[in-house]
Write a protein that binds this ligand. Structure first.
Ligand SMILES: N[C@@H](CCC(=O)N[C@@H](CS)C(=O)NCC(=O)O)C(=O)O
Length: 201
């Protein structure tokens, strides 16, 4: 399989952590992709111009990290990252959706901050950041959902927090104090070999 890959992308990282956790990593060839470059050929595999995109062994193209991870989960015989049924399934998918939404909001903040100062809209930054803060408040109260064998939900939350801590450290502040249950869980999760092998640089 080939993966349209970029080192700094948290969505790509989610796919790669899933690949490590399921033993599929050796089967994935990373194709480094500069999706911002004018004329980038990423649209040949994803008309939306986004990474990650997977080119499966049979030529099938799979886009969007939740779909790629679900696809990878069909290719191995070990414990499923998306459990087949019951509470664990819906908790995993719920956490993944929450994590992706946290990231979407955080990336919107980072993009807005990257504009020339006279083109920035502070209200937009606040509106996005509050989504992240509300999600973290909820997660801290429901941190027990992060317990148990590794799932795609945990992977997605781990990768989202890894990116936000890396890119928006100043906004995040002393988050170990504000969201202690999530922070404690994250510090431990970040020690997994799959997370260490994919640290954003
Ligand atoms: N929902 C997508 C989001 C992917 C995404 O936004 N990737 C970013 C890199 S972190 C990208 O390729 N952005 C390019 C663009 O939006 O034009 C997923 O989960 O895969």
């Amino acid at each position: 399989m080939k993966l349209r890959w970029a080192a700094g992308s948290p969505y790509v990282r989610k796919v790669m952590v899933t690949a490590y956790e399921t033993g599929l990593e050796p089967r994935i060839e990373r194709i480094a992709t500069d999706y911002h470059a004018p004329g980038s050929d990423i649209s040949a595999h994803n008309p939306l111009g986004k990474v990650p995109a997977l080119i499966a062994d049979d030529g099938r193209i799979v886009i969007d990290s939740p779909v790629i991870c679900a696809y990878l989960d069909t290719l191995h015989k070990g414990p499923k990252m998306i459990p087949d049924s019951g509470d664990t399934r819906w908790n995993a998918l719920h956490l993944e959706a929450l994590a992706d939404g946290m990231l979407d909001a955080a990336i919107a903040v980072q993009r807005e901050r990257g504009r020339p100062e006279d083109k920035r809209w502070p209200d937009w930054i606040d509106r996005q950041w509050v989504k992240f803060e509300r999600a973290m408040d909820w997660l801290d109260k429901n941190a027990k959902l992060l317990e148990g064998p590794v799932t795609l939900g945990q992977i997605a939350i781990g990768c989202a927090l890894g990116w936000i801590e890396f890119r928006l450290k100043d906004k995040l502040g002393d988050w170990d104090k504000r969201w202690p249950a999530v922070a404690a869980w994250y510090r431990k999760f970040a020690e997994r070999p799959s997370m260490k092998a994919t640290v954003p640089k």
